[in-house]
Write a protein that binds this ligand. Sequence first.
Ligand code: NAD
Length: 262
Amino acid sequence: MISYDFSGKTVVVTGSARGIGRRCAEKFLEAGANVALCGHSPRDIDALLAELEPFTNGEHERVMYETCDVASVESIDAFLTAVVARFGALDVLVNNAGIWEATPVGEVSEEMWQRNIDTNLKSQLFACDWFARYHKENGGGQSIVNISSVSSILTGQNTPLYNLCKAGTNSLTRTYAHGLGELGINVNAVAPGSIATDINKATYSDPAAEAAMRDALVMGRRGVTDDIANAVLFLASEESNYITGQVLFVDGGWTLQQAPKK
Ligand code: NAD
């Protein structure tokens, strides 16, 4: 097992109440970081600290939780400002929060557009921009890792808006990598394939759908949150500081295949 040392570093993981974001937060805590978690609902901090106890070594002061709606620029600004006020720094930003909803080709509404763009793309761009502004003024900073998706390069007919947002993630990753390189900050994306979380629980509650996906994957299994968190920690660590502007597909070989017609 690779172990990273994030002692003394402050890491923000958006959308970290559950799923991939939560696993990333746990692993950063295990690696010694101060971790700021957020979600759009308030949390009982004592209950959260108890859940995170196995990862904090009892150092509760390394955990912060704030309510933040990433679809709101004001809310992102307030969250990131609060992180710096609490920990005195912001070294790593993981833009993870996101939604997936069916918006089939031929059925897209303006309301769907707004919700998807705001939550999946605007959120990441404005968090990156806050991070860029802050570090241009104050120095410091280590890495940004944006969570993309295989959908950024595939053409699923059920999700044109999600596909578009995640393609936008790849683009903003490259642009901010270019912009922040002179500060020594690397910016990369991780593009998960099919990872078992709440975001796709309904889709794969049908065992036939689960089996079809598993069988279609080169590696013969759907992914787990650890698969993604391992890639995120690597790209956030100093071990990867000469890698920038890249999108790392962690998809069990999904994108090695032709996209099906439907
Ligand atoms: P999830 O639904 O378990 O977690 C998403 C998290 O984002 C939740 O904690 C949710 O509360 C939070 N969130 C959603 N909207 C928010 C908002 N407006 N403000 C603050 N928080 C908000 O799903 P997940 O699978 O863990 O997804 C994490 C990321 O991974 C997303 O960006 C998703 O698009 C991406 N992804 C997931 C998969 C997969 O198969 N699970 C595949 C590709 C990409």
